[in-house]
Write a protein that binds this ligand. Structure first.
Ligand code: AMP
Length: 420
């Protein structure tokens, strides 16, 4: 073991479990790919100001959790704590919104960084797959994204998750609600930090997990009673479209989420087998974000699903994904001469599309066969000098144990037949 360990709050993805992570990313991306979303990749760090303005100066993410640093050249950067601000920044920079083809629909997959207190399901480095639909205000678009997330979870076999849904209103109706909420909150017994939050971002106080705070929130004004007609109608349409698609949801008027940019539709997916870190994904509409980062008005909606927690959710439901064995055929040479020859066959099989591995390092037969079994391969090809001189190799079925000689120049064909 080396003297180095993965940094606190991080962990490594290693085989065979890493295959599950890949499969989860793939399962989340698959419905997006088939629904008009194009792949986008942005840098792992951005100008810190993008997140300060985009995510919100008063959010925990920006004030406490960001990995911020100054480069030798004096640039103020931060490792990305989330995806939306970067994706919107990139779309604006590339003028994707000017192509006359709105909404611009994008999906992404990558690493995100938050300096949080580590615990199960909460890491300092984690993975998300996300999707953003930029530049259209249409309840069907909100519904589309939610449905695609639900379909992704279902395709993984998950069933123990719930969708929480809320509307945060818009620039029209939220200010009045904000004022009413502040009046209410200022009458409560709150600590100094929380009172400051009441001034800056009162909606966030509703999200406070502490029992002493929650207890006092009974009777707080709810946004639902303050929504303007346009927001009400919009939200009603989203709800109807979800219902028509057979997507169950729970209205959760306290759902405000930890980022400042959300307007109207907000949602979160929670999984009931995960304990305190139960949010497996979330998102919503962010109609004002583009303007907040210096772009034109571009009403948009998106989500990000956490890969790490989705894997934990699979474990909680006892689901093992059917990830195909990495190796189908394992080749075992007997002797130096056979090694060179059989390596040629390995290359030939690989070029024919058969997942093949080879007993490297001059192992003896017994050890090599152990490796063959461990690899998960269905078949082993064993050949010594004499076999090869006769133009044959031994094809062994590792499940049944049956072995037979096949002509070396028919190996690809024979292997394909044996693999079915
Ligand atoms: P958020 O934008 O904060 O709602 O994050 C979206 C999703 O990313 C969450 O629902 C989680 O599944 C995942 N996520 C966020 N932060 C972390 C973290 N520190 N560790 C693991 N997963 C996270």
């Amino acid at each position: 073991m080396s003297t180095f360990k993965a940094p606190k709050g991080t962990y490594d993805l290693i085989p065979p479990q890493s295959a599950t992570y890949l499969a989860v990313r793939e399962a989340i991306a698959a419905p997006l790919r088939k629904s008009g979303y194009g792949y986008i990749e942005t840098p792992g760090f951005e100008n810190i100001e993008l997140f300060a303005r985009g995510v919100g100066e008063s959010t925990d993410i920006v004030t406490k959790e960001m990995y911020a640093f100054e480069t030798k050249g004096g640039d103020q950067l931060a490792l990305r704590p989330e995806g939306t601000a970067s994706v919107l920044r990139a779309a604006l920079e590339a003028n994707l919104h000017k192509g006359g083809n709105l909404p611009v629909k994008l999906w992404y997959s990558g690493s995100y960084y938050r300096y949080e207190r580590p615990q199960k399901g909460r890491y300092r480095h984690f993975s998300q797959v996300g999707a953003e639909a930029i530049g259209a205000e249409d309840p069907a678009l909100d519904a589309e994204l939610i449905i695609l997330a639900v379909d992704a979870y279902k395709s993984l076999g998950l069933s123990n998750f719930r969708l929480l849904l809320n509307s945060l209103g818009d620039a029209e109706c939220r200010p009045a609600y904000r004022g009413a909420l502040q009046d209410f909150l200022r009458g409560l017994d709150l600590d100094e930090d929380t009172r400051r939050r009441v001034d800056i971002n009162p909606l966030r106080v509703l999200d406070d997990k502490r029992e002493a705070v929650q207890r006092q929130l009974t009777g707080a004004p709810v946004l639902r009673d303050h929504l303007c007609e346009a927001c009400k109608a919009y939200h009603e349409q989203v709800r109807e479209l979800l219902t028509a698609a057979g997507v169950a949801f729970e209205d959760d008027e306290k759902l405000v989420r930890g980022l400042d940019y959300y307007t109207r539709t907000t949602f979160e997916f929670v999984h009931d087998g995960l304990g305190s870190q139960s949010a497996v994904g979330g998102g919503g509409r962010y109609d004002g974000l583009s303007e907040m980062i210096g772009g034109p008005a571009l009403p948009s909606v998106g989500w990000a699903l956490g890969v790490d927690r989705t894997v934990l959710a699979l474990e909680a439901e006892g689901i093992t994904l059917d990830t195909p064995a990495a190796t189908a055929v394992y080749a075992v040479p007997l002797g130096e001469e056979a090694r060179r020859e059989l390596f040629g066959t390995v290359t030939e099989l690989r070029r024919a599309g058969v997942a093949t591995d080879f007993a490297y390092g001059g192992k003896g037969l017994k050890n090599a066969m152990k490796s063959a079994n461990r690899s998960g391969a269905r078949l082993a090809i064993v050949a010594g000098e004499r076999d090869l001189a006769e133009g044959i190799v031994q094809l062994k079925d590792l499940v049944s144990g049956e072995q037979r000689a096949v002509a070396r120049d028919a190996v690809v064909e024979e292997v394909r037949r044996a693999l079915g």
